[in-house]
Write a protein that binds this ligand. Structure first.
Ligand code: ATP
Length: 369
């Protein structure tokens, strides 16, 4: 059995121009895990991937593959295959030759190369394209060839750098599920870079959220969505993004309340302890659009969870309707039942599922709840 655990220990990358691309990264990618590095442009995802591949020197720290430090191991000796955003296919070679190339370099016997290329082509459904040149392929087909070139090598670890970003939206959705199936089939360790939160949420066993070269949070998609560690992660995951409202924690009838400029809602009992140090202080209150309901369709409306505002914009999407609602000084976005009667410029009552509330420290922006 081939094991492939990848560990980053205090890894830092400073480029010659003094740009600190990655700061003290610590990460364990378990054998057979599908880990997605997620973050906005320039946050250091690609640099991290390239350091694992050995294409970029590490300024500080250690990278282990299978328990061995690989800092000084050549890329070709790391038993890793990388799939690039632009596929990097050789234009003058056929699909077959492109897939066979890496094995030829490594002096594999011809029949072994043939067996591997045909098997990979079968897995990817590109057997009928083996004689074509890259320019005779669609974007999705090129993408499959690029993956095929990695598969034939049967590497310990696959690294993917935004492999779907050049595909149109429909093909991206299709390739997403294909890559996921492929992961199950190959039982491989995959480290995958993207700035697309949907790709991350749908494919990853574990998501690593990065910002400005620093890891913000590591967790399952469920953890990252439900328990974001800070304001950045909370706002980066979810669409439309979480609402953030400057508010104050106050004592009131029956316990603690969140007081904002235009509404007051009650904190569920189970969260009161966490807010004990914040009474009469300012916090950032967070609630996701999908946790806000049009009162007409809400299960348990009450004065403790209902807020009133004026509808600014109505965006019907078919399966849901997005409302932008002015409540005091804040603009609250809610994703509500598409049968809503909400009309622009009219009043609306919204019900907040307070069991799904978030709260963040105003100074550190770290999660309290
Ligand atoms: P993107 O999604 O845009 O590819 P990224 O998250 O992959 O972004 P990196 O490409 O890792 O980010 O870049 C991280 C930082 O390092 C950026 O500020 C970038 O400008 C800088 N950087 C990247 N490569 C180099 C280089 N070769 N020399 C100097 N600075 C670099």
């Amino acid at each position: 059995m081939r094991m492939a655990q990848v560990v980053l220990e205090n890894v830092t990358k400073v480029y010659e121009n003094k740009v600190v691309a990655v700061k003290n990264a610590n990460l364990v990618v378990e054998d057979k895990e599908f880990v997605v590095l997620l973050g906005p442009s320039g946050c250091g995802k690609t640099t991290t991937l390239r350091m694992i591949a050995g294409l970029e020197e590490i300024t500080d720290g250690k990278i282990y593959i299978d328990g061995k430090v690989v800092n000084d191991v050549e890329p070709k000796d790391r038993d890793i295959a990388m799939v690039f955003q632009n596929y990097a296919l050789y234009p003058h070679m056929t699909v077959y030759e492109n897939m066979a190339f890496g094995l030829k370099l490594r002096k594999y016997p011809k029949d072994e190369i043939d067996r591997r290329v045909r098997e990979a082509a079968k897995i990817l459904g590109i057997e009928n394209l083996l004689d074509r040149k890259p320019r005779q392929l669609s974007g999705g087909q090129r993408q499959r060839v690029a993956v095929g070139r990695a598969i034939v090598r049967n590497p310990k670890v696959f690294l993917f750098d935004e492999p779907l970003s050049n595909l149109d939206a429909k093909l991206r959705v299709q390739m997403r599920s294909e890559l996921k199936k492929l992961h199950h089939r190959l039982q491989a360790t995959i480290i995958y870079v993207t700035h697309d939160q949907v790709e991350a949420m749908t494919m990853a066993d574990k998501i690593v959220v990065m910002k400005d070269g620093e890891i913000q949070q590591i967790g399952t998609p469920h953890e990252i969505y439900n328990s974001p560690a800070n304001v950045f992660v909370a706002g980066f995951i979810g669409s439309p993004p979480m609402n953030f409202v400057n508010a104050r924690v106050v004592r009131g009838e029956g316990g603690l309340w969140i007081q904002a400029s235009g509404f007051k809602v009650k904190v569920p009992k189970e969260f009161e302890d966490k807010l004990a140090n914040y009474i009469d202080k300012e916090i950032i209150f967070g609630i996701r659009p999908e946790d806000i309901y049009d009162k007409l369709f809400a299960l348990a409306p009450s004065p403790e969870n209902t807020i009133t505002g004026v509808v600014d914009v109505v965006e019907p999407l078919g399966s849901e309707t997005i409302l932008h609602v002015k409540v005091g000084d804040d603009l609250i976005v809610a994703s509500v039942n598409p049968r809503t009667q909400a009309k622009e410029e009219q009043k609306i009552d919204l019900v907040l599922d307070m069991t799904r509330m978030h709260a963040f420290d105003k100074e550190t922006e770290k999660a309290i709840i």
